[in-house]
Design a protein around this ligand. Structure first.
Ligand SMILES: Cc1cc2nc3c(=O)[nH]c(=O)nc-3n(C[C@H](O)[C@H](O)[C@H](O)COP(=O)(O)OP(=O)(O)OC[C@H]3O[C@@H](n4cnc5c(N)ncnc54)[C@H](O)[C@@H]3O)c2cc1C
Length: 657
């Protein structure tokens, strides 16, 4: 029996072992509106003089990391911060375009903390933890005030108030924005605060330094192994606590809207050291991206969801209609989102809009090369608002589109198609944002905490900044109150083991000397992930993917070619380590998707759909967070379920009709 025949014959259970249930023990058992206040009150504090004796490592300088580093530095802790870019402000957060949510209700359109909480739980298809989401909605108010105080140039309306627009899955306008550069402006704000602390001496910043291992001593996270990406030097760094703010893992798909450097290594290394990885299969496919145009591409480009405020999405009613869009009259067009979801129209959540686009293309009504595109049309908006207004709101996005496609979106509709964009899964954390390894905290996209099976637009920036400015500083103190912990140095056996493991892995990658590039393997892995663990997943497809990923992983370690040495700037080596981790992650994603035999949010199992093709949840069996524990190399991972209990939002089938 071949390996693939063997796998085909096995039950899904044979891919994993079921472990004990897991629970969040930190959210206080008081009414939801009082939980965060109660937790802050009960968390032990560290007085300012003692903070100077405590140290924290923060890996990552995106919105989640730089906000945390600046805040903890200002509080007086000794912070050491790392990023792999040449400047903290080049973190991937800088790419965020459309906006950041907050329940300020400036538009007086019925918004509230409770509504933001409700929308987020429903938008996530009832697979997020209520306590965390409610707190996120609460701190959203503070985030905007903090950013305004820093000078973030949010768009303003004529009366002088901050302007708002709408994002998918909601019927109010609560998205604050700075044209199509919201992430950049927010990051400049956080970066300035971080730089201030660097100048004040509370934060030591190491750019072009990559974390390759977590150091765990006596069951606590006590440090990281870092490679200096310019010299290749490998050094351990120690602290009383470690925070990972290392972003998401969409690049496992090779093609995604994420920055090229985004990877899973930091969280994956922590997983291998004992931190549980939650809901790895929950990935977000964004409906409005520029379609793939050829095999040579290594990156996809997002057209912000904000465009759905004014752009109308359509395809020809008939697949035979090959006329130019401008020549197709109204009666020949199918504004399918407006038709299928009249209440939310073009602003349905991303998972729903993406699937609808895929369906019309599968029906043969897609437009552009290969029929893999739908129109996003601004003709009505330009007629109603005037070109100047449209340009003011979205000008930079229109420019990006024109530069990439050579088409003028003011004259002809944009063509868009779904692409991988965001990962809801990540390291499991409790209400304090602490992982299953004591002293290891995880913030921003790197954790799994707030978005369930589908993130609503403009909620990632909110979560990253909420975690860094307001949540972590109020919870990590409870842990640090027991510090400082005993000093450790290089001679500690746990440190030598971590250093040796990093060295051995690098040596191995450099010594294979095979025939294929890292990128060619990555591309093939990405294709398998997209085909079988992308917009649609099936039992059969996931089993095929698992077989192929395991074969590919084996080939990788015997046939990859990594040029150069460790003692120099070596991007091939950097990528080689990241892709090796992507193979392991891809496998866990497929196992997670296989085990979850229901559809929810972005996780669409073909076997579980309503008669009209919507995702069909199975709350009786799957209303849980899957938290995976590393079982060992070539061993099965262990699944711990965290049951999800809904006390405030009624569990029901989502409807945006
Ligand atoms: C094109 C695009 C547009 C988007 N627009 C929006 C939007 O309008 N609104 C919204 O809410 N969300 C948006 N998002 C999502 C949002 O931008 C991200 O989820 C968010 O910025 C992630 O922030 P972060 O701080 O968690 O991680 P990141 O910004 O990804 O930062 C990760 C940091 O970790 C560091 N790092 C990672 N691994 C290591 C390692 N091993 N060693 C050392 N350092 C490491 C990196 O150097 C970096 O500093 C968008 C995403 C994309 C791709």
């Amino acid at each position: 029996m071949t390996n693939s025949e063997l796998l085909d014959s096995l039950d899904a259970n044979s891919f994993y072992i079921e472990g004990a249930e897991i629970a969040d023990s930190k959210a206080p058992k008081v009414p939801i509106e009082r939980r965060w206040e109660d937790r802050r009150f009960r968390a032990r504090l560290v007085n300012p003089a003692n903070r100077r004796k405590l140290s924290v490592i923060i890996v990552g300088t995106g919105l989640a990391g730089s906000s945390a580093a600046a805040t903890l530095g200002e509080a007086g802790y000794n912070v050491t911060c790392f990023c792999y870019q040449d400047s903290p402000r080049r973190a991937h957060s800088i790419a965020a375009q459309g906006g950041i949510n907050a329940a300020k209700n400036y538009r007086n359109d019925g918004d509230s903390v409770y509504r933001l909480f409700y929308d987020t739980v429903k938008g996530g298809d009832f697979r997020a933890r209520e306590s965390n989401v409610y707190r996120l909605a609460e701190v959203s108010l503070q985030i905007i005030d903090q950013c305004v105080a820093q000078g973030v140039p949010f768009a303003r309306e004529y009366g002088g108030l901050l302007d708002n627009r709408s994002f998918g899955g909601v019927q109010v306008s609560r998205t604050f924005y700075a044209r199509g550069q919201t992430g950049q402006q927010l990051l400049i704000g956080a970066y300035q605060s971080l730089e201030r602390q660097i100048a004040a001496g509370t934060v030591d910043m190491y750019t072009r330094h990559e974390m390759l291992e977590l150091i765990v001593v006596d069951g606590r996270a006590r440090g990281v192994v870092i490679r200096d990406m310019v010299t290749g030097e490998i050094e351990p760094y120690f602290a009383d606590a470690v925070v990972l703010a290392t972003g998401g893992y969409s690049n496992v798909f090779f093609l995604s809207t994420n920055a090229m450097g985004c990877n899973v290594t930091a969280t994956w290394r922590a997983y291998r050291q004992g931190a549980y990885f939650a809901n790895p299969c929950f990935t977000q496919i964004h409906p409005t991206c520029i379609p793939v145009s050829g095999d040579y591409q290594s990156k996809l480009t997002l057209m912000s969801e904000s465009l759905r405020n004014d752009g109308r999405i359509w395809v020809p009613k008939s697949g035979e209609d090959k006329r130019d869009p401008g020549e197709i009259p109204e009666e020949g067009r199918d504004y399918y989102l407006e038709r299928m979801y009249p209440s939310f129209g073009n602003l349905v959540p991303r998972d729903i809009a993406s699937r609808a686009a895929k369906n019309v293309c599968d029906e043969g009504r897609g437009v552009g090369p290969g029929g893999l595109g739908v129109y996003l049309d601004f003709a009505d908006a330009i007629a109603r608002l005037g070109r100047e207004t449209v340009e003011t709101k979205y000008g930079n996005l229109f420019n990006i589109y024109a530069q990439i496609t050579g088409e003028d979106p003011y004259q002809t509709p944009m063509r868009i198609y779904p692409a991988v964009h965001y990962t809801m899964g990540g390291l499991w954390v409790d209400y304090d944002l602490e992982s299953t390894i004591p002293g290891l905290y995880v913030t921003g996209e790197a954790n799994f905490s707030d978005h369930g099976a589908n993130r609503l637009g403009a909620s990632a920036l909110m979560q990253g900044l909420g975690d860094g400015y307001f949540v972590l500083p109020n919870t990590i103190c409870d842990y640090l109150a027991d510090g400082p912990f005993p000093k450790i140095d290089k001679s500690h056996p746990a440190v030598s083991v971590a250093l040796d493991a990093v060295g051995a892995r690098i040596d191995k990658l450099l010594s294979v000397n095979g025939s294929r590039t890292v990128d060619s393997f990555h591309k093939e892995l990405g294709r398998v992930m997209w085909d079988y663990c992308g917009m649609e997943r099936s039992e059969d497809g996931l089993r095929k993917a698992l077989t192929r990923i395991r074969e590919l992983k084996k080939e990788y370690w015997s046939d990859v070619k990594v040029l150069g040495t460790n003692d120099e700037l070596n991007q091939a080596l950097e990528r080689a380590g990241r892709v090796a981790d992507f193979f392991e992650l891809g496998e866990l994603m497929c196992i997670d998707a296989l085990v979850r035999r229901e559809s929810c949010g972005g996780h669409f199992r073909v076997e579980s759909q309503t008669p009209d093709g919507e995702a069909l949840r199975n709350d009786d069996e799957f209303a849980y967070v899957s938290a995976w524990e590393f079982g060992g190399d070539d061993e099965r991972p262990i699944l711990h379920k965290e049951p999800l209990v809904y006390e405030y939002v009624e569990l029901r089938q989502r409807s945006y009709k």
